[in-house]
Design a protein. Structure first.
Length: 91
C-alpha cells in the first residue's frame, strides 16, 4: 500500500493508541509503560521502507494479546479471541 506521510502517521498513532489501551486495560500497565510498549511494537518506519506498515495487517488487539498471553491465546483464552466492545468503541 502507498501511504501519504500524513495517512501513515495518523494510522500509526491510532494503532499505538489502541495497543496502549489494551496493555492498560488487559495488561495492567501504567499509562507511560503502555505507551512505551506501543511505541516499541509500532516504531516509525521511514517512507522508503519496503514493507512500511506491514504490522497493520492485524489489529492492535491481536498484537497486544500475543504479547500478553502468547500465540495460543485464542485457544487458552477464547474470550479474548475477538476484540471487546470497549475496544471496538475506540473509533
Amino acid at each position: 500500500m502507498t501511504w501519504s506521510e500524513e495517512e501513515y502517521v495518523a494510522y500509526l498513532h491510532d494503532e499505538r493508541r489502541r495497543y496502549a489501551w489494551v496493555m492498560r486495560r488487559y495488561g495492567g500497565l501504567a499509562r507511560a509503560q503502555a505507551w512505551e510498549a506501543a511505541r516499541g511494537h509500532y516504531p516509525y518506519e521511514p517512507r522508503d521502507e519496503p514493507c512500511r506498515g506491514l504490522v497493520f495487517h492485524d489489529e492492535a488487539w491481536h498484537w497486544a494479546m500475543l504479547t500478553l498471553h502468547g500465540h495460543r491465546y485464542p485457544v487458552e483464552r477464547p474470550e479474548l479471541a475477538e476484540p471487546s466492545a470497549e475496544y471496538l468503541a475506540l473509533d
